[in-house]
Design a protein around this ligand. Structure first.
Ligand code: KIV
Length: 277
């Protein structure tokens, strides 16, 4: 359980056991996620929305992603940490993609990177893998292209679109991606892709038959209140618990009940007398 996982461990898990992946963006969360035995931790560009309060994922940049990745890797002992390449850190050129992917490993301490897209980013994926950096693909609803997709919509709903997803998945696997996230696609299509694809598929809104599942941490624990996609299962509503604790703190301070002696320091009586006299 405590032996650090490797990229080959993830690849050989296919067909053997289900994989788990969650996002984390800071040290205390990463400690919990790692301790819980989650296989992969994604420092997702979703940080822009669930932590930084932006309306989409586009505004987060490389420096912020590296800052969060460093915090996560300081905590993690077992999980694979994957840095999510932010919008415009890889689209413009292969060279830029390799340099930015390298920063996640060299400065952030991550073991791999994830980037969104199929055939159109294949040269970048090949370049990054050629530089010795493991890549996780991301197909289906790719939030960085939401404008082009006409919003946050389920993808692969026609035979043609589903075929393109399958072709992309096979091309990514062929290029050497060690796993592929499938986001918001029909469960039947995810099942076909999972059957045909030689590397693990990690689903989010892609049904039960993927090789693994990923969720955004803040969705799972109820810390993001703006909207909840259909594919999210909230396992706990921690924000209610936190709000309750904060209200109790306020009340106890106002009522003079906190801090008690238990939470206070005291000085030796003789020393105190000297000050008073
Ligand atoms: O940024 C993110 O959190 C993601 C997951 C939804 C896969 O890309």
């Amino acid at each position: 359980m405590n032996k650090p996982l490797t990229i080959p461990d993830i690849i050989t898990s296919k067909g053997d056991r289900k994989l788990t992946m969650l996002t984390a963006y800071d040290y205390p969360t990463a400690l919990l996620v790692d301790k819980a035995g989650i296989d992969m931790i994604l420092v997702g560009d979703s940080v822009a929305m669930v932590v930084l309060g932006h309306k989409d994922t586009l505004s987060v940049g490389m420096d912020e992603m590296i800052h969060h990745t460093k915090a996560v890797t300081r905590a993690v002992k077992r999980s694979i940490v994957i840095g999510d390449m932010p919008f415009m850190s890889y689209q413009a050129s292969v060279e830029q993609a390799i340099i930015n992917a390298g920063r996640f490993l060299k400065q952030g301490g991550a073991q791999a990177v994830k980037l969104e897209g199929g055939a159109q980013v294949l040269p970048q994926i090949k370049g990054i893998i050629g530089a010795g950096i493991p890549v996780q693909g991301h197909l289906g609803l790719t939030p960085q292209s939401a404008a082009q997709l006409g919003g946050f919509k389920v993808q692969g709903k026609t035979a043609d679109a589903a075929k393109r997803l399958l072709d992309d998945a096979l091309a990514l696997a062929d290029a050497g991606c060690f796993s592929i996230v499938l986001e918001a696609i029909p469960a039947e299509i995810a099942e076909i892709i999972t059957e045909k694809c030689p590397v693990p598929t990690i689903g989010i809104g892609a049904g039960i038959n993927c090789d693994g599942q990923v969720l955004v941490f803040h969705d799972l624990v109820g810390l993001f209140d703006r909207f909840t996609p259909k594919f999210v299962k909230q396992y706990i509503n921690i924000s209610k618990e936190i709000e309750g604790a904060l209200r109790t703190f306020k009340q106890e301070v106002e009522d003079g009940k906190f801090p008690t002696k238990e939470h206070s320091f005291s000085i030796n009586k003789d020393e105190l007398q000297k000050i008073k006299s």
